[in-house]
Design a protein around this ligand. Structure first.
Ligand code: CP
Length: 301
């Protein structure tokens, strides 16, 4: 089987992505009914998280455990990576001992470098540019609650950073309409935005959410932007998602946030528990969608 990587949603075809979502739902049913599903017995993955993580880490660790495999956590502080061993050497060594590499890092190029030099699949567990694993859970959650997302209207409110970029790729792959409201200076990458007709900038959050089926936001200061909180909080002040904003969307709108959330900033204190919010089912689906991803990369679809 030729190795595949998951650095971006664009690494998979729309058909493969849809298969992953279906499989994630099936794995969820198996998990919830307590049925054994050890399809990855004997497989070992390396996880290198250079940034904090709760959901992504736990979903991969618990997920591979459920599937009968094993995760080894590598840390820069206690491995030779932190002492400067080149990525090309590390990637080749790990390829001879394990089956898959999962990396979270601020430098997107580091993940691409690992993928170029590893003979085993490499998974992007979030970089400064993209967070494709999150999108698998988001789409799974939408489909679970509302059916196919194709042709639906999605609003992204806030920083044109890695989550926004991933939604642009998702709009292209799942063929939905994405409207993005971001302040000047915090717009998504222009080339990425220009790569699809499915995504467009609008002037205001109100314009973005008009008739939306799904409204999404993320923190105003992501990892890597520490120290900018004060200036960003001023710039993004009009970009908070709250009940009044959601009232401009369709009645059956869903609200998602990849979490962690900062109440009083990109969300108010109550929207997370609004009936339109599915942020916790969305977080739980990280488990099932990442299990489907591991299966796909390790034993095929
Ligand atoms: N949404 C997300 O990736 O969560 P973690 O940073 O906790 O992994």
């Amino acid at each position: 089987m030729k190795k595949r990587d998951f650095i971006s949603l664009l690494d998979f075809s729309p058909e493969e992505l849809s298969h992953l979502i279906e499989r994630a739902q099936h794995l969820k049913v198996l998990h919830q009914s307590g049925k054994s599903h050890q399809t990855l017995h004997g497989k070992t993955a390396i996880m290198l998280m250079e940034l904090s993580s709760t959901r992504t880490r736990v979903a991969f660790e618990a997920g591979l455990h459920h599937l009968g495999g094993h995760i080894i956590n590598l840390f820069n502080s206690s491995s030779q990576i932190g002492r400067g061993e080149p990525i090309e050497d590390t990637a080749q060594v790990l390829s001879g001992m394990t089956d898959l590499i999962i990396i979270r890092t601020l430098e997107h190029e580091r993940v691409e470098q690992f993928a170029r030099h590893a003979d085993i699949p490499v998974v992007n567990a979030m970089t400064n540019r993209l967070h494709p694993c999150q999108l698998l859970a988001d789409i799974q959650t939408f489909v679970e609650h509302r059916g196919p997302i194709e042709g639906k209207k999605v609003a992204f409110i806030g920083d044109g950073y890695n989550m926004c970029h991933s939604y642009i790729n998702a709009a292209r792959q799942w063929n939905f309409e994405l409207k993005i409201a971001s302040p000047e200076g915090y717009l998504p990458d222009a080339d990425l935005l220009g790569s699809t007709n499915n995504a467009a900038l609008v002037e205001t959050p109100r314009e973005a959410v008009e008739d939306a089926d799904l409204v999404v936001t993320d923190v105003w200061s992501s990892m890597g932007h520490e120290g900018e909180e004060s200036s960003r909080n001023s710039v993004f002040a009009d970009y908070q998602v709250n009940e009044a904003l959601l009232d401009h969307a369709r009645d059956e709108v869903l609200f998602m946030h990849c979490l962690p959330a900062h109440r009083g900033e990109e969300v108010n204190g109550t929207i997370m528990s609004d009936p339109r919010s599915v942020v916790f089912p969305e977080a739980h689906n990280r488990l099932h969608s990442q299990k489907a991803l591991l299966e796909f990369l390790l034993v095929g679809g």
